[in-house]
Ligand binder design. Structure first.
Ligand code: IPM
Ligand code: MG
Length: 356
């Protein structure tokens, strides 16, 4: 197979973790006889420094011309003072919207080797943690108008949250279809006791639930969902929710699995071209020190092979190699435990490539 992958190294630890994912992809290519070509794309703070904007049109074009896109992380204190529409994060949002990627899939799965790193009590962890957050990614308050004005002698800020029926329906379908391939349970998270957008969300989800009688469906209010995730995460299989709730709950979900550094994600729209990125940020405090955990990015590359290129065996081989590295006791600083061997970011990447 010959494929072109657009690569966005990004800011902070982005370049280091992407290097390790490419190391692993190259090993896969050699072993299975594929050719992966990489096209460099500037986005986020790196693009602001070089081109004066977080996602130049030509960079979005490169992503749209590639077969899929791999991203490290964007943002950092250097660009914190910029106005909202010029920040590095704006580049990421524009990329998601520009590629039409409405369905964000964030697995929260406990690696048994890391059970001790979970902040939850062992008796809760033992019940198992294996669910996915299906997050709507290009609607809601993230994409409504944002304004700050002066009113009655004081500043006033407004962010508009809106959803149309078709936006809810298409992400709902992804959730039900995902559940069909798993344990056939969908929990839809909203705030229908307060928000109109949530009441619309719930109506559409109920209509879809009738089309999927084989999938067990429930509504969960978002505050309750936040509580249930730490109280009894084993009850969840597929959790579907709007953009901002999904942002918040997916961080919570990742943390209970031991380290946010382990969690990959896929963002997909109508075609097979997607955007794959670890869910953690750019960690400026450890950038350039070869300390970061590259596994979230390496597992994102595995998701890319599986969902964009249909290379299931290759993706499974990467997951097995990650498991082997953990079995061997290799740990980056974020998940270090007594009796384990501390390794650097590049050592972890090399070890995983060698286990392939
Ligand atoms: C995420 C991040 C982004 C988001 C930021 C960087 C804009 O937190 O991917 O979860 O809020 O979507
Ligand atoms: Mg987030």
């Amino acid at each position: 197979m010959e494929k072109t992958i657009a690569v966005i190294r990004g800011d902070g630890i982005g370049p280091e973790i992407v290097n390790e994912a490419i190391k692993v992809l190259n090993r896969i290519a050699a072993k299975y006889g594929h050719t992966f070509r990489y096209v460099e794309v500037d986005m986020g703070g790196a693009a602001i420094d070089k081109w004066g904007e977080p996602l130049p049109a030509a960079m979005l074009e490169r992503c749209l011309a590639a077969d899929s896109v791999l991203l490290g992380a964007v943002g950092g204190p250097k660009w914190d003072g910029l106005p909202g529409d010029q920040r590095p994060e704006k580049g990421l949002l524009a990329l998601r919207a520009g590629m039409g990627l409405y369905a964000n899939n964030r697995p929260a799965k406990l690696w048994p080797q890391l059970a001790a790193a979970s902040p939850l009590k062992p008796e809760i962890v033992q019940q198992g943690i294996d669910f996915v957050v299906v997050r709507e990614l290009i609607g809601g308050v993230y994409f409504g108008s944002h304004t700050t004005s002066q009113e009655n002698g004081e500043a006033k800020a407004t962010d508009v949250m809106s959803y149309s029926e078709h936006e809810v329906e298409r992400i709902g379908r992804i959730a039900f279809e995902t559940a069909r391939k798993r344990r056939k349970k969908v929990a839809s998270v909203d705030k229908a006791n307060v928000l109109d957008t949530s009441r619309l969300w719930r109506r559409v989800m109920h209509r879809l639930a009738e089309e999927y009688p084989d999938v067990a469906y429930s509504d969960v209010l978002v505050d309750n969902a936040a509580m249930q995730i730490v109280k009894d995460p084993s009850q969840f299989d597929v959790l579907v929710t709007e953009n901002m709730f999904g942002d918040i709950l997916s961080d919570e979900a990742s943390m209970i699995t031991g380290s946010i550094g382990m969690i990959p994600s896929s963002s997909l729209g109508e075609g097979s071209r997607g955007l794959y990125e670890p869910i953690h940020g750019s960690a400026p405090d450890i950038a350039g020190q070869d300390k970061a955990n590259p596994i979230g990015t390496i597992l994102s590359a595995a998701m890319l092979l599986k969902y964009s290129f249909d290379l299931d065996a290759e993706a499974a081989a990467i997951e097995a190699a990650v498991g082997a590295a953990l079995d061997a006791g290799l740990r980056t600083g974020d998940m270090l435990a007594p009796g384990c061997k501390p390794v650097r970011c590049s050592e972890m990447g090399s070890a995983i490539a060698d286990f392939l």
